[in-house]
Write a new protein. Structure first.
Ligand code: DQA
Length: 145
């Protein structure tokens, strides 16, 4: 079965308690469980990682080709700062979908630029945790196109 790597970036381990007016009440486990259910229906296998460390995310992306057919990534704050993660996505040879819970274009100016999205196949932003489920559909579409 095709495998997809789901990478959750910094502070997403705090979901459920963190700025619930923006990010909602669901925890990272809730999101991963919903993704697992969709993955069963779509007949793909998911592996989940959460990291608060830029270099670790660079390593995960850079090594993904061995085992994974696609990546779904929420780079969180690194979206707006990390040339290193952008370059890893561009280099890795694995189609990548960027997702955001909030609409990064409707918030502070510093969130309106994504350094990572141009290296991705596309981006889903602003649909709450559905952004992840839509991102999964998009990733499966990229694998099967
Ligand atoms: C986020 C948006 C980012 O700007 C922010 O730094 C996050 C979460 C989102 O999913 O909406 O940590 O990526």
């Amino acid at each position: 079965m095709d495998k997809i790597l789901v990478i959750h970036g910094p502070n997403l381990n705090l979901l459920g308690n963190r700025e619930v007016n923006i990010y909602g009440k669901e925890s990272l486990d809730d999101i991963n469980n919903k993704l697992k259910k969709s993955a069963q229906r779509l007949k793909v296998q998911l592996e989940f990682v959460q990291s608060n460390h830029e270099g670790e995310i660079v390593d995960l992306v850079g090594n993904a080709k061995k085992d994974f057919k696609a990546i779904i990534i929420n780079p969180a704050a690194y979206t707006h700062t990390s040339i290193a993660i952008r370059d890893a996505i561009a280099a890795c040879g694995v189609p990548t979908v960027e997702v955001h819970i909030s609409n990064i274009y409707g918030r502070e100016d510093f969130r309106k630029t994504s350094l990572t999205a141009p290296a991705c196949a596309g981006q889903v932003s602003g649909f709450g945790i559905n952004s992840y489920l839509l991102g999964l559909e998009a990733a499966v579409g990229l694998i099967r196109k």
